[in-house]
Design a protein around this ligand. Structure first.
Ligand code: SF4
Length: 83
């Protein structure tokens, strides 16, 4: 039965964390679908009761990309697709 979680061994986890810490705006520009000329569209996804929900994060929408301070969307959604 699927838990909905991805389990990583310690080496993979440490590599994943290291990758997350090194991403900058240039990476957001190249890989993030929310990037819009330096601003963020703010689109995000989550699941609830086996339903995928697409929503706009008002804290990020139409504001400058915050990847330098850390971005949960980038870490959760974008990074697994580029490592
Ligand atoms: S703030 Fe996050 S989601 Fe928005 S453009 Fe930057 S990296 Fe992408």
């Amino acid at each position: 039965m699927s838990t909905g979680y991805l389990l990583l061994d310690k080496n993979s986890f440490n590599g994943y964390i290291e990758c997350m810490e090194n991403y900058k705006k240039e990476h957001a520009r190249l890989h993030c679908a929310n990037w819009d000329a330096g601003k963020c569209i703010g689109c995000d996804v989550r699941t609830q009761d086996n339903t995928l929900i697409l929503y706009i994060d008002s804290k990020k929408a139409d504001k400058e990309c915050v990847i330098d301070e850390g971005c949960g969307y980038f870490d959760r959604v974008v990074v697994p697709g580029i490592v």
